[in-house]
Ligand binder design. Structure first.
Ligand code: ZN
Length: 75
């Protein structure tokens, strides 16, 4: 189960939440109930960055081109 760390932008409280899928909607601070939170990647660095600088994120295009406008991107 993916547990992400969040930090409340309002009261700067840090907390952990179990997040299903990629949606982080509805995450609210347990202290002040603000939904103005940011996700921290201390536990799961995932696809955000790699040390060799060759990361291609999944949203940068399809497998056959580097853009997002070829015929394969429309699937
Ligand atoms: Zn808060």
């Amino acid at each position: 189960m993916p547990i992400f760390e969040f930090r409340c932008l309002k009261c700067e409280s840090e907390f952990e939440k179990l997040v299903f899928g990629t949606s982080d909607n509805g995450i609210s601070c347990p202290d002040c109930q603000s939904e103005d939170v940011e996700k921290l990647y201390s536990c799961f660095s995932g696809v955000s960055k790699s040390s060799d600088g060759s990361t291609h994120s999944m949203s940068s295009g399809c497998s056959s081109c580097a853009a997002s406008s070829c015929a394969g991107c429309k699937n």
